[in-house]
Write a protein that binds this ligand. Structure first.
Ligand SMILES: Cc1cc2nc3c(=O)[nH]c(=O)nc-3n(C[C@H](O)[C@H](O)[C@H](O)COP(=O)(O)O)c2cc1C
Length: 190
């Protein structure tokens, strides 16, 4: 099941898009505020973002398109590849307001079509990360991070971009294939 942060604060569009740091045990010492921006469809990247936000006391910000992507997986793949190939900007649901106040931006995304998803590409194009430290964290199903880091570095040319944390995770397609196989074996009563 997709994880959701329990509490959010303001995003730039007036919608509630950022979860501010929560009171309680402080994270490790760091120089200035941190944001953890993430894109996630099936939850894998959310798990990492949540852990980083708790550890570094960072504000969580979800990168979302203004118009929802298709629920059906194959339609989703087509949607993602069309946006990737168009090189256009996906309209975002909200922007990260007050970005100047962050010194560190954790940036989490899944690999879509061997690339940085177009939603994250639009986020980088619409936010100036100059002078900040960008800490990428990437999940993928089978192919690895592809060209995504080249794209991140090209779109944040004046940021200090660290080498990413990269993790292989379950892929929605194989999860659905497993389910279909089981449903096939269950037979007609369903
Ligand atoms: C539209 C789409 C395209 C994908 N393309 C790739 C790919 O090219 N290579 C790969 O290894 N995984 C690919 N995946 C799998 C995801 O990168 C992987 O499952 C990731 O962990 C999903 O993260 P999330 O659960 O945070 O959405 C794709 C997934 C989707 C939805």
């Amino acid at each position: 099941m997709r994880q959701r942060p329990p509490r959010r604060a303001e995003g730039g569009s007036g919608r509630r898009g950022v979860r501010r740091r929560s009171p309680g045990r402080p994270g490790p010492r760091r120089n200035g505020r941190a944001a953890a921006g993430l894109l996630s469809r099936s939850g894998n990247t959310w798990v990492l973002a949540g852990a980083l936000a708790r550890r570094y006391d960072a504000d969580l910000f979800e990168l979302r398109p203004r118009d929802p992507w298709p629920e059906d997986y194959e339609q989703m793949v087509t949607w993602a590849h069309e946006w990737r190939d168009s090189d256009g900007d996906v309209p975002l649901a909200e922007t990260l307001s007050g970005i100047d106040s962050y010194r560190t931006v954790f940036l989490g995304f899944p690999i879509w079509g061997n690339e940085l998803p177009a939603v994250a590409r639009s986020f980088l194009r619409s936010h100036d990360l100059s002078g900040k430290t960008v800490v990428p964290f990437i999940t993928y199903g089978s192919s690895g991070p592809g060209n995504s880091m080249e794209t991140v570095r090209a779109l944040a040319p004046n940021a200090r971009v660290l080498d990413p944390f990269v993790l292989q995770c379950d892929q929605e397609r194989s999860t659905l294939d497993s389910l279909e196989g089981w449903l096939g074996s269950v037979g007609e009563p369903l």
